[in-house]
Design a protein around this ligand. Sequence first.
Ligand code: ZN
Length: 738
Amino acid sequence: MLAIVLGVALAAAAPANGPLRGYTEASSRVEREWEAKFRAIPDPARLREYMKRLTARPHHLGSPYGKDNAEWLLAKFKEWGFEARIEVFEPLFPTPKERALELLAPVKYTAKLDEPAVSGDPTSAQKEEQIPTYNAYSADGDVTAPLVYVNYGLPEDYDRLARFGVSVKGAIVITRYGGGAWRGLRPKVAAEHGAAGCIIYSDPRDDGYFQGDVFPKGAYRPSEGVQRGSVMEMTLYPGDPLTPGAPATAQAKRLALKDAPTLTKIPVLPISYGDAQPLLAALEGPVAPPEWRGALPITYHIGPGPARVHLKVASHWDTKPLYNVIARIPGAERPDEWVLRGNHHDAWVNGADDPTSALAAMLEEARAMGVLITQGWRPKRTIVFCAWDGEEQGLLGSTEWVEAHAEELTAHAVAYINSDANGRGFLQASGSHTLEKFLNGVAKDVDDPETSLSVWKRLQLFRISSPDLRQEARDRADLRIHAPGSGSDYTAFIDHLGIPSLHLSFEGEDGNGIYHSIYDDFYWFTHHSDTDFRYGRALAQTAGTAILRLANADLLPHNFTGLADTIRRYNDELHKLLKKAQDDIAERNREIDEGVFAATADPKKPTVPPAREAAPPALDFSPLDQAADSLAQAADRYEKALGAAALERAPLAALNRTLMDSERRLTDPAGLPGRPWFKHLIYAPGVYSGYGAKTIPGVREAVEQKRWAEAQAEIGRAAKALQAEAGLIDHAAATLAR
Ligand SMILES: [Zn+2]
């Protein structure tokens, strides 16, 4: 405790080194004073109270307590002095009607498909309001077929199956969660390979007893715990499946259910490892490769059969009212420039970790700004807080709102800052690299709760402890932020409209196995996560400082040298990706010619040799190489001009307008190949990874999927956008230098 108190005192006494980026000397002094006042306000005891209230009952989209929470949030924002309202949409949200899973042969087993209450955890017993375990947007279906185990169910797993000579045509596949991929990929890839049904289970190796003690003793998944979740094809477009690119208002034109492309083609059901074990134990056929084996006390076989399974899934295909709570403080000087902050309020069940741990932090930011207003503070720009509904189903609330307000947002939005869940540990940030330097500055001004360091310093030392990251963490001025993938509400802002976005959390010290189960609740969180809510306070301090600093900057703090450095890395990766594809295919063809596969095959364990493949052609990367150079040069010119400029005399309104357009320049209205909703040419969730980002996705995915002509065309398109970006930055530099 002493060390922590000292740490706060030292950090507070540390002299500010120079004005904040984008601030004059005078305005920087004022800003730092308000920020220090702001950071002293968030209170762990209040975070705890918000969580207790918001997680008191299950509150999925369309539930009575979901609406109750939205109204409570609205009242809070109003109480704190915000202009606030609820915006309603009506997206498709299928809910469970029938779920059945039986093993018919060689032995009989009926899956329980039920999460039992845990004694001592009161909300786990709220049976009536808990939505049953299922995957939303699964196709209805009733199938009986042999079972095949397909590991994570990703494309490379099916390549491996083909080497075993195993086909999944007409089969029901059982896949496990994990492997870093979006759950909706599993039924998509299974259907592409001809499977008739898909089961997804949580293996104890991933988040059960293999990782640590299970709930309630520990944080990990008990044997009957199930991960609910959406399986819509969000990488095509997120949001309401029936109104792509348009808001799901009452009178909106809707696709027919049969024409909605983001619904799965086959029935899908998630199950616990308690229910999965009898099914997996009944499989024979080849023994699964070592990397495919989980932590159940069985030998993992692939099948097919003799396990025969009956799977039945049916949903009520209804639309449900969705309640986004939108609250704003109008800007005093630049009301037409908006800084946005968001977190969802809906949960799959009680949702203490996901999303309330981070929503509570956002609420403390709003309350703290309300307190500052009573002390005479007003932001220069407009600040907008958004508590989204329907995130769990497929980013419904944020996507529909962004689609409804696309024109205004394109004209007015400066940046969007998102969070979704929060724990103890190290600052995690992903998002637009134009804001990388800015966020590094913010992180240096927030105290870490468990050390006497700033959250920036603690993260730097954490990275130094990893051999792969060590040198860069020591040498580079800014700690890198990750590229934005998908899986939370920043997606529509960055990927659809090109609004610079950041996604923030603290994590790394506590694992968990309660994700999307009834056990993600107040009891679990207050026993196994950020139990004293000090990291909730740190998140409020970090995101809130970022909002304040963006809202009050004389000149927006965008930086392009970090972006240029990142683009250069991505371009290098693309060069290497092509080279590796060329080398791998050449090597495999050579081994086929040499007879390696025939010579090493064990006749008692038959395998199928790989087929010859055509060598990938050379691609001309020179347009991208040149664009990366132009961008780096323009970024340097801008930094020099900024360093020499007197902001007091700069044409700030015009400059800010130019900077607001900078991320939009990286988009193309035509969108990515095959998925026009995704318009950003530098960041997108991967079609075959989902959560994971694909950078320069048009080129990268074409190379990965061996569409060479498309890869060449996409090189040209990405290069053109980067040249346009360089032109914009040059223009800003010239304006500053004048
Ligand atoms: Zn969430």
